[in-house]
Design a protein around this ligand. Structure first.
Ligand code: DAH
Length: 371
């Protein structure tokens, strides 16, 4: 009788156990041949076979498990002796099973390792490295310089009320100044029943930041603005501006000149000198147009030279009405300046780009050439 026959016999026995005496049950134990079971195990060559083997002997319905149940039919003395025999058989089989299972596992791991083997001597496939667009690069640099000078960074909202975009910064709605900005209107209306607008300048956030941070305040707002403009090499419907707002006790034009020269020198990485011309902007009084030039070393002669003057930004001392609109009493000695600088323009100047539409064209050849 081989072990299979034994198992069948045993199973049969368990089904009709009431018909058998405990002696027959023990006959079954005795014929359970450890060597045969182990020979079967060593012949196994797949995981599935191993699992079947396990279920046959050690599983819930396996013969060893059933044999344990059968022990209740024995006399107490026999139960003790045979119980020990059965236990040692069970542990021996479990040990062997585990060894075999480990062998399979190791084989599997080795096969996987073999498959995933990395040949470190192969030439490396070059990874494409990401890079910032020129506008982002410049904006970040400008933010860093401003931060180092104690300014906070705020983005503000791109969609604002007509009040924020115009009246809050002293541009009466009916005033022709509104036409300076070809505004993009949205159909959605605000509480006053007026259409929201895409902000035409970052100055629209002055009111909001002054109320938010209160005075004294030092904030720059570097983000998108929109105008309903014809696109040409120096105009785009979306562009980046950076607004600066600085309010404190007794701030003067001289303070502004120092701050803006320091800021521009940092951004352009050259010593910048500014010239202030009178300019009209409703939210400042007096207002200035700022031209900048910088020192550079002439590559031919090796001598220090001054660049041509370039109109770079608008600025001025914050109008008392703007302060009042934000709840600040201009008679309490708080004064300040504001400036608005085109990030696209600074970028074009910094990198010698002739057409600002390249910045947002999505043409990677352009961006890559500056990476
Ligand atoms: N908001 C102006 C524009 O978009 C720029 C500007 C000029 C901002 C003068 C200022 C300023 O804060 O004082 O053209």
């Amino acid at each position: 009788m081989d072990s299979n026959e034994f198992i069948y016999g045993f199973t049969l026995k368990s089904k009709i156990k009431s018909l058998f005496s405990s002696q027959i049950c023990f006959f079954v134990f005795f014929i359970m041949d450890k060597t045969q079971i182990l020979t079967q195990l060593s012949a196994i060559s797949t995981k599935d076979e191993l699992e079947t083997w396990y279920q046959t002997y050690l599983g819930k319905k396996g013969s060893i498990t059933l044999a344990f149940k059968e022990m209740w039919n024995l006399s107490p003395e026999d139960r003790k002796i045979k119980g020990q025999e059965l236990s040692s058989l069970k542990s021996a089989l479990e040990r062997e099973y585990q060894q075999k299972a480990d062998t399979f596992l190791n084989e599997e791991i080795n096969a996987l390792l073999e498959k995933d083997l990395v040949d470190i001597s192969l030439p490396v496939k070059k990874l494409e490295q990401g890079f910032y667009s020129l506008l982002v690069k410049t904006r970040r640099e400008m933010e860093e310089i401003a931060q180092s000078m104690g300014f906070r960074i705020e983005i503000g909202k791109e969609v604002v009320s007509k009040f924020e975009n115009f009246e809050a910064v002293n541009i009466p709605i009916s005033h022709p100044a509104t036409e300076m900005h070809d505004t993009i209107y949205l159909t959605k209306k605000d509480d006053r029943g007026e259409n929201y607008v895409m902000r035409t300048h970052t100055s629209s956030a002055q009111n909001y930041v002054i109320k938010k941070y209160w005075v004294p305040i030092r904030v720059v707002l570097p983000w998108k603005c929109y105008r309903f403009d014809e696109m040409d090499p120096s105009h785009d419907t979306m562009f980046y501006q950076m607004e600066g707002v600085y309010i404190d006790k007794n701030i003067s034009v001289a303070n502004f000149k120092y701050v803006i020269e320091t800021f521009l020198s940092g951004v352009l990485k050259k010593k910048v000198e500014v010239r202030m011309r009178p300019g009209y902007f409703p939210f400042v009084e007096p207002g200035f147009e700022i031209d900048a030039r910088y020192e550079y070393i002439d590559p031919k002669t090796g001598e220090k030279q001054l660049s041509k003057r370039l109109e770079l930004l608008g600025a001025g001392m914050i109008h008392p009405n703007v302060l009042r609109n934000a709840g600040v009493d201009p008679d309490e000695g708080r004064t300040g300046f504001a400036f608005g600088i085109g990030i696209n323009r600074v970028t074009a100047m910094k990198y010698g780009v002739k057409d600002i539409r390249y910045f947002t064209s999505g043409d990677l050849r352009f961006t890559r050439s500056f990476a």
